[in-house]
Design a protein. Structure first.
Length: 362
C-alpha cells in the first residue's frame, strides 16, 4: 500500500471520528446556572505565552461579567465543526461557533445553521474583512492573516522569490507539508489560493501543479499535525500564515526560519484567510450569545489575538505588539480574494475539494 492510499483511508476515518470528538472545558470558578456552549477549533488560544491568563481574560472575563459558565467545545478540523453544526441543525447543541472561515461561510449560511447579527463592535472592523467573510453578518470577523509558506534553511534569494513553480521542484516538494483541505481551514485556504492563482493569473488548470508534486508532498490532516513535524526530518516548508515570524521571534527556537507568499513576474500574490464568529440558529441563550459575539470583537479580547492566536486582530483600533514587525501582511500585494465572490466560492469549493481528494488518491 503506497502512502497516498494510506492518506485517503486516514482522511475518511478522521472525517467520521473527529466530527464527534470534543473536549469540554468548564471554568470551575464561574458562578451561575446558565451555561453558554461555544464550538471552536482545537488550537484556539493554545499558542499563547500564558494560555491560562488569556483564557481567563477572554472567557473568564465574560463569565464574571455576565454570571454564566462557558462550555468550550474544541473540535479537531473546522470542516468537521461545520458538519457537526449541520448534523445538529434540528436540535442545536451550541450557542456560538468560533473559527469558520471565508471559504466555509457560504456553506454555513446556505445550510441555515447560523443567525445574522450585527454587533456594535463590528463598527471597528474594516469593511473589506466583513464583506469578504460574510456581508450578511451570519459570521463576523475576529482575526485574519495571509496564507504563506513557512520555511527554514532557505537562502534569502529563494525565499524572496518563492513561487508555485519553485515548489514543483522535487527538491522542495519533498520538504513541503500541506494540510488536508477536506478537514482543515488552512489547507482549504491554500487550495483556493493555488487554484485562483492558476485560473485567474496563469490561466492554467489548477490540477497540474498538484499532479506534479503529489508523489513528493507530505499531506497531514490539520495545521496542528503539520507543526508536529515542521521543521524536522527534512520537512523544512509548511503551509501556514504570514504572522508566523512574529511567533518565531517571540519564542525563539526557529533559527533561519521565515515565511513567504508566492511570487510571479515581479508581483507578490496573497490569499487572506478571515476567521469569524457566529451565533447558532436555535441558540438556547440568544441574548447572551449576542453579548459574547460583541465581547469577542471588543478591545479587551482583540488585544489578546496577536500574541494569543498569532493572527491580525479584526478590530482596527487594537495596536499590534512590537514583535508583529516581523509579520508579513497582505499590504502591497495582489490579494486574490478580490478575484472571486461568495457566489463563486459557494458554487466551486465543494467540487474543488472533491477533485483534490480524487487527484491525490490516484
Amino acid at each position: 500500500m503506497n502512502w497516498k492510499s494510506k492518506v485517503t483511508i486516514v482522511v475518511v476515518a478522521l472525517v467520521v471520528l473527529s466530527a464527534s470528538y470534543a473536549v469540554y472545558v468548564f471554568n470551575p470558578s464561574a458562578t451561575g446556572g446558565t451555561v453558554l456552549t461555544i464550538y471552536t477549533y482545537s488550537s484556539l488560544f493554545t499558542s499563547a505565552p500564558n494560555v491560562s491568563a488569556v483564557n481567563s481574560t477572554v472567557f473568564g472575563g465574560f463569565e464574571r461579567e455576565y454570571h454564566v459558565r462557558i462550555n468550550l467545545v474544541r473540535i479537531e478540523g473546522t470542516q468537521n465543526m461545520l458538519e457537526q453544526l449541520i448534523k445538529q441543525k434540528s436540535n442545536p447543541q451550541a450557542d456560538l461557533v468560533i473559527g469558520l472561515t471565508n471559504l466555509q461561510a457560504p456553506q454555513a449560511v446556505n445550510s441555515g445553521v447560523l443567525l445574522n447579527y450585527t454587533p456594535p463592535n463590528l463598527a471597528y472592523v474594516p469593511g473589506y474583512l466583513v464583506n469578504d467573510l460574510d456581508p450578511t453578518h451570519h459570521l463576523v470577523p475576529y482575526e485574519y492573516a495571509p496564507i504563506t509558506v513557512d520555511y527554514c534553511n532557505l537562502s534569502s534569494s529563494l525565499a524572496s522569490n518563492l513561487s508555485f513553480t519553485m515548489l514543483e521542484n522535487p527538491v522542495f516538494a519533498r520538504q513541503l507539508v500541506v494540510e488536508n483541505p477536506s478537514i482543515d481551514s488552512t489547507g482549504l485556504s491554500f487550495l483556493i489560493y493555488q487554484a485562483v492563482f492558476y485560473q485567474y493569473i496563469l490561466h492554467e488548470n489548477w490540477q497540474s501543479w498538484w499532479r506534479s508534486i503529489s508523489t513528493y508532498v507530505r499531506v497531514v490532516p490539520t495545521w496542528d499535525d503539520a507543526f508536529t513535524i515542521f521543521p524536522t526530518n527534512g520537512y523544512n516548508m509548511v503551509v501556514s500564515y504570514g504572522t508566523d515570524p512574529a511567533y518565531f521571534n517571540y519564542f525563539g527556537g526557529y533559527p533561519g526560519c521565515g515565511t513567504s507568499a508566492v511570487h510571479f513576474n515581479g508581483k507578490t500574490y496573497t490569499w487572506l484567510e478571515i476567521e469569524g464568529i457566529g451565533i447558532v440558529k436555535g441558540a438556547k441563550h440568544l441574548a447572551l450569545a449576542q453579548a459574547f459575539e460583541n465581547w469577542f470583537l471588543s478591545s479587551t479580547v482583540q488585544s489578546e489575538i496577536p500574541e494569543g492566536e498569532w493572527m491580525f486582530p479584526a478590530n482596527s483600533i487594537v495596536p499590534l505588539p512590537p514583535v508583529f514587525s516581523h509579520a508579513v501582511s497582505a499590504e502591497g500585494t495582489v490579494v486574490l480574494n478580490s478575484l472571486v465572490n461568495q457566489t463563486q466560492i459557494a458554487l466551486n469549493v465543494t467540487s474543488l475539494v472533491q477533485d483534490w481528494v480524487k487527484l491525490m488518491a490516484t
